[in-house]
Every structure is written in C-alpha cells, then in structure tokens.
Design a protein around this ligand. Structure first.
Ligand SMILES: [Mg+2]
Length: 197
C-alpha cells in the first residue's frame, strides 16, 4: 500500500507561539484575547511596528523556548502517511526552527530531508506539486489558498477563527490534532463546520 503524502506547516501547527505572542503584545501595551493572536488576524490587532517586533522575537530567539502544539508530536508519530514539513520562514529564522526541531526530536518522526523551508507562503505550492502531496495542514487561510485545488486543504484552527472569518468552503478544518487524525483516517468524512458569527 502506498502511503499518502501529507504536508504540514510548522509555525502555529507544530510549534505553539501563543504564550509568547500574548506576553510580547502585552509588554508593548496591547492586551489581546488568545484568539486575537491567531496568525490570520493578529496583524489587525497590533500597530505595524509592534507586529514586526513581535514577529522578529517569535521567529528568532524565542522559537527554541516555545512549546509544541498540544498533541502535535504524538499524533504526527501515529499518522499513516509520508510526512513533509513545509514552512515559510525567512532565511535568518531557519536556524531557530532547526534548533527547536532538534530539541523536540522531530526528526525521529519526520526525517530531516523531508523538512523544507521556503521564503514565502506562495512558495509552498511548488513543493506540494513536486512531491505529489495530497493533504496539507496549515493555520493560514491565505497560504492554503495558494495550493492546487486537487489537494485536500485543511485549516488548523485551534482558535475557532472560522467562526469569525470567511473560510473558503473548499477548505476543511481541524480544531485539534486528534481532529486532523480523524479526518485523515476517515477519508471522506464531512468536515466539521461550526456556524459563522
Ligand atoms: Mg503557520
């Protein structure tokens, strides 16, 4: 049996930046609710300079201290798939991601040669096409939107942003890693859709 190839985003899907985002925003004078730190909306809740400064710390020196997303590593280890981690990070922020991966032994689950860094969200598409990836999990709607239509695009949505934003109907959503696992193993299962607010 050939295993399906699944592509997984890194930031906000495997590594959890939320505690750092809340703390950094607060230090800059912005008290955010947890959902306001979501990658799809955080920019709207901070001033430009503050947003840039938060991003710089998160993807730089703070990366290695960030915890894994709940159940991420355990579930990844169980998925019946050939896994690829495809992350859009600037070149200067790749070393911190690699340190995190080494610290959490990610390469015991996803071999190092299946971890790909590209410089923009748009660039994920060419890797997805080249590798024949059939399912992609990402926390950014815009990045999933760049992917080919034949790919099952799954929005990782721990913050329930789909209740607040227009998620394109062709995208599926998983509110947690166990939900993603169910979706992968259930094949044709209808995606969970909550009512919009
Ligand atoms: Mg992400």
């Amino acid at each position: 049996m050939t295993l399906p190839r699944i592509g997984i985003d890194f930031d906000g899907v495997i590594i959890d930046h939320r505690p750092h985002k809340l703390r950094l925003a607060e230090a800059l004078g912005f008290v955010l609710e947890p959902w306001q730190t979501n990658a799809n909306v955080m920019e709207r809740h901070l001033e430009d300079d503050s947003y840039r400064s938060v991003q710089k710390s998160l993807y730089g020196e703070l990366t290695v201290q960030a915890p894994p997303v709940k159940d991420a590593l355990e579930t990844l280890a169980r998925l019946p798939a050939e896994l690829y981690v495809i992350s859009a990070r600037r070149p200067e922020n790749v070393a911190s991601a690699r340190s995190w991966m080494a610290k959490h032994r990610l390469h015991d689950i996803v071999p190092e040669d299946r971890v790909i860094f590209c410089s923009s969200g748009k660039d994920k598409r060419e890797h997805v096409e080249r590798l024949g990836i059939s399912i992609f999990l990402d926390d950014k709607i815009a990045y999933l939107d760049f992917l080919p239509e034949r790919v099952r695009r799954v929005l990782f949505d721990e913050d329930d942003v789909m209740a607040r934003l227009a998620v394109p109907p062709q995208m599926e959503t998983a509110a947690s890693w166990p939900e993603f696992e169910l979706l992968v193993s259930g094949g044709e299962r209808e995606p969970t859709r909550r009512s919009g607010a």
